[in-house]
Ligand binder design. Structure first.
Ligand code: SIN
Length: 280
């Protein structure tokens, strides 16, 4: 399997394979490529929802996906959908985040398959939390190692956010009080498959920190957001029909751009269960 790098820090692309027919060795190779490059674009796939679920299962069991009603026929598939008539509605994934990091064991991988694309726009931006960590000076690393992130879905899926999500006519997102639950994760974690150290931070779900002095938290969180989403750590994916993009939520954040008002965009998403983050 030949992977072509897409930037100097993250992302790779594989052409000429069919993920449905990978043998165990091929699958292990693909998994290692995702972990190494953090985002892997596999071009030219044509998976039915059932085939996408089968492929995802080979990466691991399905993750639990709260708040978002899945496809009626395929309970493990989320149809990430903005209809043309939804105009400028807030789009799903339209804030920097790592999928469901508020869960005690957040997802390892997400698999997103292009089904229907706008003529332009709707790119997905990724940022490498490995590169963001590596770029820090030693003293700052030392400080951050002692901190934990307070992850919660409260500013995304609590009932007061319902109106924001209800602008998407093709997705049923049901906000509820469980979004107020909080989970503490190390701010710096060790990737369980590569052994690399990553900054496990994203502004959508990390809403507080444990460790820094109270009067520094707000400034530090704002700085963490700016640092971790800096363009030098990123890759921006321009979708083509048939793309299957697999990313590692343990070492990345992503953000779906919302610049295609008046056009339809549909992708099928499956997520793979992860593990409790290991502190660095
Ligand atoms: C997501 O955040 O899972 C969706 C990303 C996208 O639609 O590009």
């Amino acid at each position: 399997m030949e992977a072509v790098r897409l930037t100097g820090v993250m992302g790779a692309r594989v052409d000429g394979i069919d993920v449905r027919t990978l043998d165990d060795e091929g699958l292990a190779e693909l998994r290692a490529l995702v972990c190494e490059h953090e985002v892997l674009v596999v071009s030219g796939q044509a998976l039915t929802p059932y085939e996408q679920v089968e492929f995802s299962h080979r990466l691991g069991p399905a993750a639990d996906s709260p708040f978002i009603e899945p496809s009626a026929d395929h309970p493990e598939v989320i149809r990430v959908l903005k209809e043309a008539k939804d105009g400028n509605a807030f789009n799903f994934g339209g804030a920097w985040h790592s999928d469901f990091s508020f869960q005690p064991s957040p997802p390892s991988f997400t698999v997103l398959h292009a089904i229907d694309l706008p003529p332009w726009g709707g790119d997905t931006c990724f940022s490498s939390m490995t590169a963001a960590w590596d770029a820090l000076p030693a003293q700052q690393k030392e400080d951050l190692l002692a901190y934990r992130g307070v992850h919660t879905a409260r500013d995304a899926y609590s009932p007061r956010m319902q109106a924001v999500h209800s602008g998407l006519s093709g997705m049923n997102i049901v906000c509820d009080e469980s979004a107020h639950d909080v989970t503490l994760h190390p701010l710096v974690r060790v990737h369980p498959e590569t052994g690399r150290t990553v900054l496990f931070y994203n502004r959508a779900y990390v809403r507080d920190l444990v460790g820094p002095p109270d009067d520094e938290k707000k400034r530090l969180m704002e700085w963490l957001h700016l640092h971790t989403t800096d363009a030098r750590f990123g890759y921006r994916h321009r979708w083509s029909p048939g793309d299957l993009v697999i990313w590692d939520n343990r070492s990345t954040q992503h953000y779906a751009l919302n610049d295609y008002a008046g056009f339809r965009r549909e992708l099928h998403r499956t997520t793979v269960a992860g593990e409790t983050p290991i502190p660095a």
